[in-house]
Write a protein of this length. Structure first.
Lengths: 299, 410
């Protein structure tokens, strides 16, 4: 794996006042509300927040799968907002790796072919891409599972294969959307250790998670609610930020919180621990609904 | 990505649902198989006709009732009308006499149609064509007997018959029924000769299947039919083959004046006869093929239908592929390739089935279908085009899927 340490820290991702709206008129839903976020190369960012807070929309945006309704997005110095679908696809192919909650492997392809999938769209010959995929699987410790089908693997192995696939094109950024959501704690640990190793090797990692425990691997935690970033903390690797810990315990205090969707995060933020409160809270104010300048995304 | 990669993707996807793919391509298989079979039958008949024409000799002149061709002033064919509605009329005795009296045309053989069923004491055979002709038949047909001898115009009893091989088998149940008797319209005929096999699967030029015919003397035929007999064809040769065109012109002139200036007959040289037969065959083959080709369209729609289902089923896969960097165009090509491979494979399978049908037809019928390379290439080309055309809509549907929605699809 090539060296990815750089002396000059340049920002890889720059979102400024990015909004994402769905629907029109009365039915307009604001998935992202003028979010600004800068992520540098080599960061391990954990994004937390309750369901419907816009985490996934943010990830899709950052992962070039979606385009903002308003605002600008610069990725690696390039303006994504006006980029065509096929150019975004090529950029995804060359610089991004995705790991999803459900591993999203193609069931009829074997492990090796699944891992080699991104390379196929580069126009690499089959021999070369299978060789490269084999090398990545070796690195991840799944070399003996090359010819298994996804359904023959355990959940943890499937997720590691998904990571291998995300890794195979040597991407700048790995986006992991709740990669441990379906895993038991032992498998979770393996997957997280793997992501952590990749981070140490210089990959930028964006992790969406519900589990505050996992923020111990991250260098930065972003909290979201209602399409807004309500807190953004730099943290030490190995420590769980107090806010996350708070949230974690709050969440597990009452089961109703989870059920009703009452934001445990808000309780954590407005509770007795005000000194450690968020750096920035943006109040949700009644907004004049802006007409989307352009139709949502491109098909 | 290269074409080969798309092909591999398509192969994997098709192999993954073998049965469905096989059933999907069935429409194209049937369409291609039937078109190729029909065209090959037509081609086979054409080849036989041309062989037959070659065998009869270039200088044979065929005179038919009905205006089946148009000629320009120089006597060349200007238009073909093989299915002239006046072709049901026939020549009379006097027309035959007119031709007979032209000195440059010799020999002249009339083909009179005797309506009736051939019977023996124990059997009867309605399938035989009964033709009244003269002794020059052998020389105009340029064909030999395998057993016995031909009848003679001067034969006083005039009750001889010469039969084709199929009649021998069907009516008498033996190969050499020489000397046996058969009854036509209550008149007894003795079999005196049996023709060598003609191998005419068709009667496009001959007007009848001679293997399945009973030839009786012209006079006997006339008497059997009560004095007048309908002549459906007159064959002749020019006495000097160098002047065949003059002979044809003379024949036309003489017949025209004999029939009151009406040109409701056709005089054909062999090459013209061949052209007429080919034209008729092409028309027939074309019409039947067009009907068969409808099943190709139906097959194409079947492919489109299954591809649309497949695209919906594989929405998640499309989402994954897009997430890992497939462009819309690459997804489009992937699905178009898949539809095309299904269709092309169906076409190849259709050709194989046509070859099989060809083989069976040669064994069990008297047809000799001929499959030529252009037919095979054209059939595969059409199958390819069908796949391309009907694969576009499903492929567009796949390519236009929103990656996020596609990824969420379960």
């Amino acid at each position: 794996m090539k060296q990815r340490y750089t002396k000059v820290i340049m920002s890889l991702i720059e979102l400024s006042e990015v909004s994402k709206l769905y629907g029109f008129g009365d039915a307009t839903t604001i998935a992202l509300d003028e979010v600004s976020l800068t992520i540098n190369k080599g960061e391990f960012v954990a994004v937390m927040g309750p369901s419907g807070s816009g985490k996934s929309t943010l990830m899709h945006m950052l992962g070039l799968l979606d385009r903002p309704t308003h605002g600008t997005y610069m990725f690696n110095g390039r303006l994504i907002t006006r980029m065509s679908a096929s150019r975004r696809a090529r950029l995804r192919r060359d610089t991004l790796g995705f790991v999803f909650q459900s591993s999203n492997l193609i069931p009829r392809l074997n492990v090796l072919e699944n891992v080699a999938l991104p390379l196929a769209y580069k126009g690499m010959t089959q021999t070369r891409r299978l060789k490269q995929a084999g090398a990545v699987l070796e690195q991840i410790g799944l070399a003996d599972r090359e010819y298994f089908l996804p359904k023959q693997l355990s959940g943890g192995q499937t997720q590691r294969v998904a990571i291998a696939r995300a890794l195979v094109n040597n991407p700048d950024v790995i986006i992991a959307d709740e990669p441990t959501g379906n895993l038991d704690s032992a498998s979770s640990l393996l997957v997280m250790e793997l992501l952590s190793d990749l981070h140490k090797m210089g990959h930028t990692i964006l992790l969406v998670t519900h589990n505050p425990e996992l923020t111990r691997y991250s260098t930065r935690v972003v909290f979201m609610r209602d399409g807004l970033i309500i807190a953004d903390e730099q943290t030490q690797v190995g420590s769980i930020p107090a806010l996350a810990r708070k949230l974690y315990f709050m969440q597990h205090k009452t089961f109703d919180d989870d059920l009703t969707g009452v934001s445990a995060l808000m309780k954590a933020l407005t509770g007795d621990d005000k000194k450690r409160g968020p750096k920035k809270i943006k109040k949700s104010k009644p907004k004049s609904i802006k007409r989307p300048g352009k139709k949502r995304g491109s098909k | 990505m290269f074409l080969g990669s798309y092909f591999k993707l398509a192969r994997a996807a098709i192999w993954n649902s073998k049965w469905r793919s096989l059933l999907t391509m069935f429409g194209v298989v049937i369409g291609v198989a039937s078109v190729v079979t029909i065209v090959s039958i037509g081609e086979g008949v054409k080849q036989q006709v041309s062989e037959q024409v070659k065998q009869r000799g270039d200088d044979l002149i065929t005179i038919l009732p009905g205006e089946r061709v148009k000629r320009d002033d120089a006597g060349r064919l200007a238009g073909l009308n093989p299915l002239d509605n006046k072709s049901s009329i026939s020549f009379s005795e006097s027309d035959y006499r007119t031709v007979l009296h032209i000195p440059t045309a010799n020999p002249v053989v009339p083909f009179g149609r005797v309506v009736g069923v051939a019977k023996t004491a124990s059997n009867e055979y309605a399938g035989a064509e009964i033709i009244a002709a003269t002794e020059d038949l052998l020389s105009v047909l340029n064909h030999n007997l395998i057993y016995g001898s031909f009848f003679n115009d001067d034969d006083p009893k005039a009750n001889s018959a010469v039969i084709g091989q199929r009649v021998a088998e069907s009516l008498f149940g033996e190969n050499v029924p020489l000397g046996k008797s058969l009854m036509i319209r209550d008149r007894e005929f003795i079999v005196r000769g049996i023709f060598d096999e003609f191998n005419d699967s068709s009667s496009f030029v001959a007007g009848a299947d001679y293997d399945n015919a009973i030839f009786i003397p012209y006079k006997a035929g006339q008497e059997t039919m009560g004095g007048t007999i309908q002549i459906y064809q007159i064959l002749t040769r020019p006495s000097d083959p160098q002047h065949i065109d003059d002979t044809v012109a003379t024949l036309i002139q003489a017949l025209k004046s004999a029939r009151g200036g009406q040109e409701d007959f056709t005089v054909l040289k062999q090459d013209e006869n061949l052209r007429l037969a080919s034209n008729l065959l092409d028309t027939l083959t074309g019409m039947i093929s067009a009907v068969a080709a409808i099943s190709l369209v139906v097959g194409g729609i079947g492919i489109m239908n299954i591809m649309l289902v497949s695209v919906t089923e594989r929405t998640k896969e499309i989402g994954i592929r897009k997430a890992v960097g497939a462009t819309n165009r690459q997804i489009l090509y992937q699905f178009i390739t898949e539809a095309t491979v299904i269709s092309l494979f169906g076409g190849i399978l259709g050709v194989i089935i046509a070859l099989l049908a060809n083989f069976l037809l040669r064994i069990f019928t008297n047809l000799y279908p001929v499959i030529t390379w252009p037919i095979v290439v054209a059939a595969c080309g059409v199958a390819l085009a069908v796949g391309l055309f009907f694969g576009v809509a499903p492929a567009l549907k796949a390519a236009r899927k929103d990656p996020i929605d596609a990824l969420r699809y379960e």
